[in-house]
Design a binder for this molecule. Structure first.
Ligand code: AHG
Ligand code: MN
Ligand code: MN
Ligand code: MN
Length: 334
């Protein structure tokens, strides 16, 4: 039986211990959690709520938007714009930033989100999620897109919510990773795990193997050695999992270890990777690091990358320390 610590109590108690959590940040996190509850309801309704299928529009990344991508984006904006805790928001589904309208007070935080991660899984009833990252607006004048271009090390909170068999909110404010499970009867998030740790070693990798022929030699080498199993240089058998929703693949890794890989590949030589730095890679990297794992783009720590664009992309290798260190060491070889 779980001691009943609701999200609010958890945050209030954290705030007493951690001077970095202001009342505004606490409000922000509660509001994001509330928005995730609403998204969870929409996801659960499925075909009954007329939320399935495509919206016949494209986002700035050139991807077809699903109805739920747009609904989740709107829910997050509506929930967050009136509270006075935010200056602006940015999202995968919006080309530019959304500044809090003048009719509301402006706060000192910036919120970024991937409103619905794993869009291709919506219509097939496979787990999806919402990813978010919080930064502080630099002091000074009017908020601008430039204010968002801060390295991942500057995040003040990050988390995600998975809409799966359970609705699970995972959060860090820089002192460990906490997991909350939605109690649907009461409509509240209950703390179900604290201080999540990713084991240093693993024999499970997550990668889209269909891209194998497009990878660079270090990436080919890493997976090839895993695939040789017990008779190869690694001397052990590996298992593979690929949900296709980063948030869920990384949730599995936070829960039982593993390594997640989405490297640059030759299909789009001018893009540094597929995943987005600001609202996918950075928040997931911070959670992974807070749980004792490692997150790199192959050459450097993801959270140290100085972004130059809101929708910047990046190669991603994250998860169990010894595996990520190994794949990074292959990339470092001349
Ligand atoms: P999104 O649905 O937010 O656009 O993100 C999809 C991403 C990520 O969640 C996942 O790991 C990856 O795309 C899957 O890519 P492939 O379809 O190439 O496997
Ligand atoms: Mn998308
Ligand atoms: Mn995504
Ligand atoms: Mn998305």
């Amino acid at each position: 039986m779980y001691k009943k610590t609701y999200l609010t109590r958890y945050l209030v108690e954290k705030q007493r211990l951690n001077e970095h959590i202001s009342p505004e940040l606490r409000l922000l996190l509660e509001v994001v959690a509330r928005a995730c509850k609403r998204i969870s309801q929409a996801v659960n309704k499925g075909a009954l709520g007329e939320v399935m299928g495509s919206a016949d529009s494209e986002n700035v990344q050139g991807e077809m938007q699903k109805k739920l991508d747009i609904i989740a984006n709107e829910v997050l904006i509506e929930a967050n714009e009136w509270g006075g805790h935010l200056a602006a928001m940015a999202s995968e589904e919006m080309e530019g930033i959304h500044v809090v309208p003048n009719r509301y007070p402006q706060g000192e935080y910036l919120l970024m989100f991937d409103p619905l991660d794993g869009s291709s899984n919506i219509d097939v009833n496979v787990s999806i999620g919402t990813i978010f990252s919080v930064l502080k607006k630099p002091e000074g004048t009017l908020v601008s897109e430039q204010d968002f271009l801060q390295a991942g090390t500057k995040q003040v909170a990050a988390g995600y919510c998975v809409y799966g068999p359970q609705t699970t909110l995972v959060l860090t404010v820089g002192d460990g990773v906490a997991v909350f499970t939605l109690d649907r009867e009461h409509g509240s998030f209950l703390l179900t795990q604290e201080d999540l740790r990713i084991p240093d070693d693993t024999n499970e990798f997550a990668v889209n193997m269909s891209n194998q022929r497009h990878w660079t030699p270090p990436m080919q080498r890493y997976i090839d050695e895993c695939m040789q199993g017990i008779d190869g240089p690694r001397g052990k058998d590996f298992n593979m999992r690929w949900v296709g929703s980063m948030v869920v693949d990384v949730h599995r890794i936070l829960t039982r270890g593993g390594v997640f890989l989405y490297p640059w590949d030759r299909r789009e030589p001018n893009k540094p990777g597929k995943l987005r730095l600001m609202y996918e890679a950075n928040p997931m990297s911070w959670l992974v690091e807070q749980a004792g794992g490692v997150a790199t783009d192959g050459k450097c720590r993801i959270m140290d990358i100085q972004p130059s664009q809101l929708h910047q992309r990046v190669s991603v290798f994250m998860g169990s320390k010894n595996e990520v260190d190994r794949v990074a060491s292959y990339h470092a070889e001349p």
